[in-house]
Design a protein around this ligand. Structure first.
Ligand SMILES: [Zn+2]
Length: 137
């Protein structure tokens, strides 16, 4: 479906920073004309529209998929669009691990592991190490 992704900084953001309309929807055309902030994109799912808006480093930095999703308001003209799923690299699981402080420090010290974590996971690990060691990792 071709949709018009309009935003951010819309006059009414109570439903979300971005409004998504079918490209032929009159409300969308009007809003696009008024704001000049529309982008016509071809999407198969709502998740595609979320990626169009946020797959520019924001999600890599640990932004939460669900809050990004909820930041897009989909007009009823888009009701045929399925939700779709977050790509695997943006899915999150919560893992509870019991590690010794030394194990955590080794993870922090390993560029290969640590640098490839997203920002949220890096902060969590730093916080856990500081808690264990009373240090300032
Ligand atoms: Zn619409």
């Amino acid at each position: 479906m071709r949709v018009n992704v309009i935003g951010p900084n819309l006059p009414d953001q109570s439903k979300g920073s971005f409004h998504v309309h079918k490209d032929t929807c009159r409300d969308g055309i009007r809003l696009d004309r008024m704001t000049g902030m529309g982008d016509i994109v071809e999407v198969e799912t709502k998740a595609d529209a979320v990626l169009f808006v946020y797959d520019n480093g924001i999600l890599e930095e640990g932004a939460d998929w669900l809050s990004c999703f909820e930041d897009l308001y989909f007009c009823p003209c888009c009701s045929d669009l399925p939700d779709g799923e977050a790509p695997i690299e943006y899915r999150r699981v919560e893992v509870t691990l019991e590690l010794r402080a030394a194990d955590l420090e080794r993870i922090l010290a390993s560029d290969e592991v640590f640098d490839n974590l997203d920002y949220g996971a890096q902060s969590e690990l730093r916080r856990a190490v500081n808690e264990l060691t009373g240090g300032d990792a």
